[in-house]
Design a protein around this ligand. Structure first.
Ligand code: NAI
Length: 377
């Protein structure tokens, strides 16, 4: 099969998420790395792209140059990944969609709900794929969890409880470090700190596994390090359209927790538990039955989980391969087999609506607030 051509914006040398995209996009041979504008410093970006094997004429100094350079090429890229800081996502994603490129945008997709709605409209109008990198949803055992819920193996879902709480910003003495401080500064981060950074992964995961949407929420935000304007800890209660009760805790000051992302789903006839630090196991307890460990790669998994299990049972598959699963779903979707597990612009928009609803709710001492994007009400 002919390889698809892939380009990336951001994700330059030393960036946090760049390596996971490169490992993910190239893992299965679906894509070749053909173009990039990798750094906010033009020359560093050009030089790094060439060190990674990109031809000099496709190692761009910035994204506008890349758009102009790729637009009219017969062999232009089939997919553009946007892995720049948050405030740039909207402008870059919109411009590439409008020029007829498929896009994988990092989360959060936009800064405002209006921008999110605009991306949904542009993606629909152009017919191009706009995916959002909720990569945790692509772990095989998360796909298994969703398939079990869809197949009714847990009965009606009563309750979902999730947390994404780490302790990496818990050092008060380091709070003024510029690499930490911007995340809690509205001028750089937008309206929300920790909830927009990590909480939306957990909220997306709840919607993804329960196959349901968040209707309303009530939020309590705290800046436990007092110099922070935006929250470093949040507790969010929510309700889903199908009646499921949701509880979400996200924190960056939970010292001792490392990655700290987990989810439990409780239905009328069983419960499930998954944690990102043990991603190959899904813990399942049927009503009145014994607790079981379902392993990635074992016989009898649902098809989506089986498809995305690469190496044999008990060999760990980690974060870059979850990102690779997003790229597999993208490659299939670009080639015409649309994968419904792929997080899309609609998911990015729902996250933005939830962020803004949570900010509004927290300002009103937790008043229940509509979390649906206006275009889906
Ligand atoms: P970072 O600060 O480590 O790296 C950002 C990179 O983008 C740098 O190489 C920088 O030079 C480059 N850059 C900045 N502005 C640019 C521009 N206008 N054009 C081209 N390149 C530009 O940031 P990090 O942590 O890698 O985050 C990037 C994005 O990825 C953020 O939106 C973040 O929320 C998201 N992210 C997502 C994760 C996930 O699990 N899906 C995990 C970590 C980050």
């Amino acid at each position: 099969m002919t390889k698809l051509k892939w380009g990336m914006i951001g994700g330059g040398e030393g960036s946090q998420i760049g390596p996971a995209h490169r490992l993910g996009a190239l893992a299965d041979g679906h894509f070749e790395f053909a173009a990039g504008a990798l750094d906010h410093r033009a020359e560093e970006g050009r030089a790094y792209a060439q060190r990674l094997g990109i031809a000099a004429d496709r190692a761009y100094g910035d994204w506008t140059e890349m758009l102009a350079g790729e637009k009219n090429r017969a062999d232009r890229v089939d997919l553009v990944t946007v892995a720049t800081p948050n405030a740039t996502h909207f402008e870059i994603t919109k411009a590439f969609l409008e020029a007829g490129f498929n896009v994988l945008c990092e989360k959060p997709m936009t800064m405002t709900v209006e921008e999110g709605e605009e991306i949904v409209r542009v993606a629909a109008a152009t017919g191009k794929i706009c995916a959002v990198n909720y990569c945790y949803s692509a772990y095989p055992m998360v796909r298994q969890a969703r398939a079990m819920v869809r197949a009714g193996e847990l009965g009606k879902i009563r309750l979902v409880v999730t947390s994404f709480s780490h302790g990496h910003h818990g050092d008060g003495a380091n709070a003024d470090n510029p690499r930490v401080r911007w995340r809690y500064d509205p001028a750089m981060a937008g309206v929300s700190g920790q909830f927009a950074d990590c909480g939306i992964h957990a909220l997306h995961m709840a919607s993804f596994i329960c196959d349901d949407t968040v209707e309303k929420l009530s939020a309590d935000f705290a800046s436990t390090i007092s110099s922070r304007v935006l929250e470093d800890d949040a507790m969010v209660n929510f309700r889903m359209a199908g009646g499921t009760v949701g509880r979400l805790w996200t924190s960056s000051v939970a010292i001792g927790r490392q990655h700290g992302f987990d989810i439990q789903v409780f239905g009328e006839t069983g419960g499930l538990r998954w944690a990102s630090e043990q991603p190959n196991q899904l813990i399942y307890t049927p009503l009145n039955g014994r607790t079981q460990i379902i392993e990635k790669g074992e016989a009898g998994l649902h098809a989506d989980a089986q498809r995305l299990s690469r190496v044999s049972i008990a060999h760990p598959e980690g974060f870059p391969l979850a990102v690779a699963n997003i790229y597999c779903d993208l490659a299939d979707s670009i080639r015409g087999e649309l994968r419904d597990g792929l997080p899309r612009a609609r998911d990015g928009l729902c996250s933005m609506a939830a962020v803004h609803a949570a900010v509004a709710s927290a300002a009103l001492d937790g008043a229940w607030t509509d979390a649906r994007p206006p275009m889906f009400r």
